[in-house]
Design a protein around this ligand. Structure first.
Ligand code: ZN
Length: 267
């Protein structure tokens, strides 16, 4: 049996000296794993097309219980990610989340489109990386069956409230008037983050990345997603931990430089 499809390489494992096993998020067949023979030979045309975070055209051939990739051609390599370790680690976290949430053998066109667009926006820098992360996480969770109910406060039905709260465990909203009845963990999302979250799950795909969120609200959205994912998905993501370490390191450096400059101007 042969499967011709395009897909994004979301994991790469070395097998023996010259071969590797890659995990691909395909357009029509969900996650597929395939062996690439001779992939590490510098003469192999399959080498770059089967690299991590490369979007390629693949030909999978079924050999007993496993797939072998007998041909692949690069469509996009997202060069800008390779020069920025923070973005690269974030993209690797996207891969870990995709591998966790996309089933095998099912149409995964929307997940692939989401992944490719998210990588595109990470590369272009047209949206803050942290916002791209939140959009990707929330939309992917919704596609995977973890769609929160963000229509209105689940107690009184009000649509907007200055002190709206998100309850990660139930994936619902409670307004500032009704929150007293809740003894579960809650995060205050107010107007801005509530609207942003609604946009991420209810908008048409073409408009998914077309909104803005105040810079000071981004950490709140990020916190919401971290809690929502950790409540519903029981696993740790290594690349996410690494990304957070890098971010905190670069924030500390920026703060140090700002403090030093301010001190210099005071003197
Ligand atoms: Zn209410």
């Amino acid at each position: 049996m042969k499967i011709e499809t395009d897909g994004l390489v979301i994991r790469e494992q070395n097998i023996k000296e010259q071969d590797k096993l890659i995990t691909v998020l395909t357009r029509n067949n969900g996650i597929l794993r395939g062996f690439v023979h001779g992939a590490k030979s510098i003469k192999s045309a399959k080498s770059s097309a089967s690299g991590l975070l490369t979007y390629s055209r693949f030909s999978f051939y079924k050999n007993r219980d496993t797939y072998v990739i007998d041909d692949c051609h690069t469509l996009e390599i997202f060069t800008a990610l390779r020069n920025d370790i923070e973005k690269l680690s974030l993209a690797q976290y996207f891969c870990e989340l995709l591998e966790t949430l996309v089933p095998e053998g099912e149409n995964s066109e929307e997940q692939l489109r989401l992944a490719l667009n998210s990588l595109f926006f990470l590369c272009s820098g047209k949206r803050p990386a942290l916002l791209v992360k939140c959009i990707f996480e929330l939309r992917l969770m919704a596609l995977a069956g973890y769609m929160p109910d963000l229509v209105c406060c689940e107690e009184c039905g009000c649509f907007e409230h200055e002190h709206m709260n998100f309850i990660p465990e139930s994936g619902t909203l409670l307004c500032g008037e009704c929150i007293a009845v809740c003894n579960k963990k809650r995060i205050e999302t107010g107007f801005g983050v509530t609207r942003a979250m609604r946009h991420c799950i209810y908008s048409e795909f073409d408009k998914l990345f077309s909104f803005t969120l105040a810079e000071e609200s981004l950490p709140v959205f990020d916190h919401v997603m971290e809690e929502y994912i950790s409540v519903h998905i029981e696993r740790k993501f290594k690349a996410l931990d690494f990304y957070k370490q890098l971010r905190s390191f670069s924030e500390n450096i920026t703060k140090y430089i700002d403090d030093t400059n301010n001190k210099g101007s005071d003197d």
